[in-house]
Design a protein around this ligand. Structure first.
Ligand code: FES
Length: 157
């Protein structure tokens, strides 16, 4: 699942043959914003969503996922990989949790140094998240940027 520039990591991943078999859900505000879908490898299963309904599903990519889940079109063994704006990823993380779907998120956190020095990329962990030594925050540049969605403390609203 990708929103906006969040499509970028999937282009490389799919070009290299993983993950598979993959259905790409790609959302943006308008038809122009989802035009980069043309960069996906030929034949990639794709569903588009646009906020204004100018291409694909009329709504957010999270709404599209919800529709697919409700229609039983997400196989039980589906794994979600998500990259996009934080509100979109937070909504998908909540939906994945409700639907019992494993979900990895790739954060678009701003990184000042990328070396673990500036602490500008700190992200909050969900209380009790395992594997972080009891820490309340971690550095996305060192521990991520990919995390299990359930490990993070998503801001409400
Ligand atoms: S980007 Fe500086 S600590 Fe992560």
């Amino acid at each position: 699942m990708a929103g906006g520039v969040g499509l970028a990591p999937f282009l490389l991943s799919l070009e290299r043959g993983g993950p598979g078999p993959a259905l790409v859900l790609f959302g943006g505000r308008t038809r122009e914003r989802v035009a980069p879908a043309a960069l996906l490898p030929r034949g990639t299963p794709l569903e588009l969503a646009t906020d204004d309904g100018s291409a694909g599903f009329h709504g957010t990519v999270g709404d599209l996922l919800e529709k697919l889940v409700e229609e039983g079109r997400m196989p039980r063994n589906s794994h979600l990989q998500v990259c996009g704006p934080e509100p979109m990823m937070a909504a998908v993380a909540a939906l994945a949790d409700r639907a019992g779907l494993p979900c990895l998120v790739s954060l678009e956190t701003r990184m000042g140094c990328g070396l673990g020095i500036c602490a500008g990329c700190a992200v909050d962990l969900r209380p009790g998240a395992e594997g972080y030594g009891g820490a309340e925050k971690v550095l996305a540049c060192k521990a991520g940027p990919v995390f299990p969605a359930g490990d993070l403390a998503w801001e409400k609203g």
